[in-house]
Design a protein around this ligand. Sequence first.
Ligand code: FPP
Length: 246
Amino acid sequence: MSLKTTISSENLPSHIAIIMDGNGRWAKEKGFMRIFGHENGTKSVRTTVESCAELGVKHLTLYAFSTENWNRPKLEVKTLMQLLISSLKKEIKTLQENNIQLNAIGDLKTLPEKVYKELLHVIDETKENSRMTLTLALSYGSRDELINAMKLISDKVKNNIISVENIDETLINQHLYTQNLPDVDLLIRTSGEKRISNFLLWQIAYAELYFTDVYWPDFTNENLYEAIINYQKRERRFGKTSEQLN
Ligand code: FPP
């Protein structure tokens, strides 16, 4: 019996973020080139997106390419960018059929023009979709995002658009790449690494963290359900005591 039946629809994480890790090791252990792992990783992206939408998760954010990933071998970066273009072209139909809106966060202007254009095209085509938002973090780094927000806010203070007293959580949220997204409820990282790696540092303030040893290309729907069931067993206190919550 699938674990899906034990998921309660009442306490679903509204925003799931995933650090999709282990593509390279998955491929290497099978004697293949790293890029074969990324190719197989796209299959897990597809099943995870579909499962989240089916369950009723409202926001899914995937760490697809970090600011640090630019330092990887040129051929790997190039192939990853090609994979992105082909996935976007191929999956636009699935996004439309499932009423999913595509969104992207990161320093998008640094992406190759072809990727950037395809991305904007799919974002525009899916902008009316309302069942779930799929956000791809591309050329994304949380510190870069925070620096960018601080610069935008400082500029507004300098030009007397706002005063220092106006700076609060809401204002900072409005200047992050994730401005239209709620905080993360559940952060999943695959492949056994227990790090955050510069991902959504501000947005995970109260997120539940879930680490699994499964490599991303092996990540199945059942693994996703396991993570959600684990999340549903936890008590989220947001700084309060158990008694206060009850
Ligand atoms: C981490 O594995 C994975 C990435 C840096 C890229 C993730 C990209 C995909 C799954 C494919 C394209 C994505 C979309 C959204 C279509 P790693 O290479 O760091 O693995 P390792 O730690 O084993 O070396």
